[in-house]
Design a protein around this ligand. Structure first.
Ligand SMILES: [Zn+2]
Ligand SMILES: [Zn+2]
Length: 264
């Protein structure tokens, strides 16, 4: 095993455990802060090496700090991921059986949709036909609030999406359960839920929204990168994250950080 963990590494890990997921700029700031507090030499580009050492100690515990790009905002995030339990049963100490069934059904709706979203109306309809135990409207709404608070789902204008953290932790499970239904992005080749899709029926590739924004930036005649068909969707604008000062990146719309999820 590589070098031993210092108090500096432990502080970083504890903070990540409390937050569950943090955007890269925050991880950099946290790394700097931990080094300052524990009087350790700090280098700005030393974060990944710092995390690799922590990971070498987490491996026997089947845990890992993983980094991934959010399909929400295109920014890079770090999360502490449980490698031992990658399926939905890991949530069973926090959620009842019928709540997990509804979460599964919400996932079904999201994976089955073109946009990677499920409306609250569709989720409420599912709540009425659960095999375990039906859920009333109020109960369902409270559950959805909890799932957002615990960072499994994101909500915007009454529509629910899989959070970055959920995808990071459950990607393997999702791939296994949904198999061919899960697509990968034609640009970055990562799994994609919230997307734009090529209208050409024989093509039908999907692209992440931030990938669409980057790929078509400055192009006046957007064409599908695979079949060259006209790209009929509105091209979203996304700020160039490389240009964004750290303070702004810190306030990026991320899954709520106001509550820390209990970890086991
Ligand atoms: Zn992509
Ligand atoms: Zn195409």
């Amino acid at each position: 095993m590589a070098g031993s963990l210092s108090d500096c590494h432990r502080r970083f890990l504890q903070s990540l455990m409390c937050n569950g997921i943090i955007v890269r700029s925050k991880a950099i700031a946290l790394h700097r802060n931990c080094c300052e507090v524990h009087n350790t030499h700090y280098t700005r580009d030393g974060l990944d090496e710092f995390i690799d050492l922590i990971n070498s100690h987490l491996e026997p515990l089947f845990m890992q700090i993983r980094k991934s790009v959010s399909e929400e905002d295109g920014l890079q995030y770090y999360a502490l991921v449980n490698m031992a339990e990658t399926d939905i049963t890991r949530m069973s100490s926090d959620y009842a059986d019928n709540e997990l069934e509804l979460f599964r059904k919400t996932m079904d709706l999201i994976v089955d949709s073109e946009s990677g979203r499920a409306s609250s109306t569709d989720i409420l309809n599912c709540a009425d036909s659960l095999n375990t135990r039906k859920m009333k409207k109020k109960e369902t709404e409270l559950l959805l609030t909890r799932l957002v608070r615990d960072k499994w789902l994101n909500e915007k204008h009454g529509e629910y999406t899989l959070s970055t953290r959920c995808i990071m932790e459950m990607e393997q499970y999702i791939q296994k359960i949904y198999q061919d239904m899960v697509k990968t992005c034609a640009i970055c080749h990562n799994v994609v839920f919230q997307s734009q899709m090529c209208d050409n029926m024989s093509c039908g590739i999907k692209m992440h929204i931030p990938c669409v924004a980057k790929y078509f930036k400055g192009r006046s005649d957007p064409q599908c990168p695979v079949c060259n068909a006209f790209w009929p969707h509105e091209i979203p604008e996304i700020r160039d994250t490389a240009q964004v000062p750290l303070e702004m990146e810190n306030t990026a719309p991320t899954p709520s950080t106001s509550h820390s999820r209990r970890r086991r």
